[in-house]
Ligand binder design. Structure first.
Ligand SMILES: Nc1ncnc2[nH]cnc12
Length: 210
């Protein structure tokens, strides 16, 4: 089988970000000829970084008195585990993106994402619904950019009867998510912000206002 064409390009540039006291130099990756993001792959940054993010997010989310943490696959999974652990909770709920064998009867929400092409779906296992119904839920993810994934996760939790009391992300990226989430933008707690980038004079520079 032929591999799909690689559309994203490493630019050789990095962007420094202070994630609640943990410095990262993120690679700037062009996802279109005139548009780049600084990519944070939380699964490539080690368990100590994951624990740091979980602890710092838990500090920000604990005052909301959550009963359970919900994370969206794929990169929300380590965040959900670490935030759950740091909050002293046990159960967490993962919203899947691909239909696993046991998810024939899932609650489904359609979403858009900027790092994965086209339309995607979030699926909630109906067997996990009792963990959400009538409970105080925080939704977590690695990055909020368009707000599509997080907004879909919040909507799915509400359809399952949850009270969404907060949302935690390691990074906010640009500001599109504010409009996409509307009033729910105020739920977001984050550890740092990253801009998006456009080419200017042969180098990638932050887009003003992002
Ligand atoms: N900068 C980023 N790093 C990782 N995942 C992302 N999803 C959207 N923006 C992202």
């Amino acid at each position: 089988m032929t591999a799909p064409e690689q559309v994203s390009k490493l630019t050789g540039q990095t962007w420094p970000v202070d994630v609640a006291g943990w410095r990262l130099d993120l690679p700037i990756v062009a996802i279109k000829p005139d548009f780049a993001i600084s990519l944070m792959m939380v699964i490539d940054l080690g368990v100590r970084f994951g624990a740091h993010c979980g602890e710092r997010l838990a500090e920000r989310l604990a005052p909301l008195k959550p009963d359970v943490v919900v994370g969206a696959a794929t990169l929300g999974i380590p965040v959900a585990i670490e935030v759950t652990r740091a909050l002293g909770l046990d159960d967490y709920v993962i919203l899947q993106k691909s239909p696993k064998i046991h998810l024939g009867d899932a609650l489904v929400q359609t979403i858009q994402s900027i790092t994965s092409a086209g339309e995607q779906r979030l699926l909630l296992d109906r067997q996990a619904m009792p963990l959400l119904e009538g409970r105080r839920v925080v939704v977590v993810d690695d990055v909020v950019a368009s707000g599509g994934s997080l907004g879909g996760a919040i909507a799915l939790c509400r359809r399952a009867g949850a009270e969404v009391v907060g949302a935690g992300v390691i990074l906010t990226e640009a500001h599109d998510w504010e409009e996409a989430l509307g009033a729910d933008a105020s739920l977001i707690r984050s550890l740092a912000h990253i801009p998006q980038f456009a080419p200017e004079g042969g180098v990638w520079r932050p887009i003003s206002g992002t």
